[in-house]
Design a protein around this ligand. Structure first.
Ligand SMILES: NC(=O)c1ccc[n+]([C@@H]2O[C@H](COP(=O)([O-])OP(=O)(O)OC[C@H]3O[C@@H](n4cnc5c(N)ncnc54)[C@H](OP(=O)(O)O)[C@@H]3O)[C@@H](O)[C@H]2O)c1
Length: 322
């Protein structure tokens, strides 16, 4: 069965929740993070606020942050921005399972601090940022289920969980009568591991939404980077962004451009996000540093590439499906 992207006015359901959002969200990591993204250097808080406003104006409602992003900075900016709109938005944040965080109290304390920074009494989606070897999954889910019972969390999700870890989280929550609604993993045309590592299959089987992070491969799929114009540090020193990687992706960028040209001059980023959003049960959350990024990325939905174009993109990126 072929999947069609619906416009901003239509919504998708996140797992078995009553959260309904447009088929694309926004990642807010950039809104408070200096080391990798450089807030305060090549863009600033006003740009982040404008990105929020542009997203809301474009009809996007799902915002993803984490206590780790800028050590609370992203949550603070998102919380302040949320107060500037009357439109209903959905906020997802994440618990950082750091090794010293042993025990129930550290989890509830982290949640309380996130709620304070976001300026809300309840968060819509609370995700475990990565697998946590210190607390068994069953115990952690039990703690989070208590947070739902206490009214601090509406729904529970995980991030970077394997298929097996998802199943354990799902089963543990089911014992408490709660759904696991999402698993947030890295997924883009240049990182197609979820298609083959069992995560996407498990998401479909368990009715869990796959929230796709780094859907633009951290800017690589925008087409603006090349061997002669690499991304700024520290990305340029990472293996995924070195000269060889930049050379290897150029044919993909070329194809994205050709497809975009056939659809009213859509950009490579819009075409790459459109391909992702047509995968059933997948919610891409591109990060945006400014209003221009946010508005451009919102133009990724509300139109359809043809099945042949989608197949072509799948075919030429098979080398990244591992
Ligand atoms: N759960 C996890 O472990 C995890 C990990 C990573 C991210 N995330 C979440 O996923 C979100 C998105 O992932 P990401 O930030 O890693 O990567 P991404 O969305 O693939 O890339 C975002 C970057 O691409 C560039 N960009 C965005 N839109 C653009 C446009 N229209 N035109 C040109 N360039 C554009 C910007 O960087 P430049 O302009 O500097 O190139 C931007 O910072 C994050 O904000 C965060 O919420 C979660």
């Amino acid at each position: 069965m072929r999947y069609r992207i619906r416009g901003m006015h239509s919504t998708i359901q996140i797992g078995k929740s009553d959260l309904r959002v447009p088929p694309m969200g926004i990642g807010a990591w950039q809104w408070g993070e200096d080391l990798i993204w450089g807030i305060g250097r090549n863009y600033n808080r006003a740009n982040a606020e404008a990105a929020f406003q542009a997203s809301v104006d474009a009809g996007l409602t799902f915002f993803d942050t984490a206590e780790m992003y800028g050590l609370g900075g992203s949550e603070r900016v998102l919380g302040a921005c949320a107060k500037t709109t009357h439109k209903p938005i959905v906020i997802a944040t994440k618990f950082a399972p750091l090794p010293m965080r042993i025990g129930r109290r550290t989890v509830t304390h982290a949640l309380d601090e996130s709620l304070k920074r976001l300026g809300v009494a309840q968060v819509d989606l609370y995700q475990v940022h990565w697998p946590f070897p210190v607390i068994p999954i069953e115990m952690l889910m039990d703690i989070l289920a208590d947070a739902v019972a206490a009214g601090k969390v509406r729904y529970i999700g995980v991030s970077n969980y394997s298929a097996e870890e998802m199943r354990r989280a799902h089963a543990a929550l089911a014992k408490r009568g709660l759904p696991l609604v999402s698993n947030q993993v890295k997924y883009s045309l240049l990182h197609r591991a979820p298609e083959v590592d069992g995560v996407w299959a498990a998401c479909r089987e368990l009715d869990v939404t796959l929230i796709a992070y780094s859907p633009l491969a951290q800017g690589m799929l925008s087409g603006k980077y090349s061997p002669s114009n690499p991304p700024p540090a520290p990305r340029r020193f990472m293996p995924d962004y070195n000269t060889a990687a930049l050379e290897r992706i150029q044919p993909v960028i070329q194809t994205l451009r050709q497809i975009g040209d056939a659809h009213d001059g859509r950009t490579p980023a819009q075409v790459a996000l459109n391909w992702l959003a047509r995968q059933p049960g997948v919610l891409p959350i591109p990060g945006a540093k400014n209003a221009q990024h946010a508005t451009a990325n919102a133009g990724a939905i509300g139109w359809d590439m043809t099945d042949n174009e989608a197949d072509l993109l799948s075919q030429i990126t098979l080398g990244w499906r591992k």
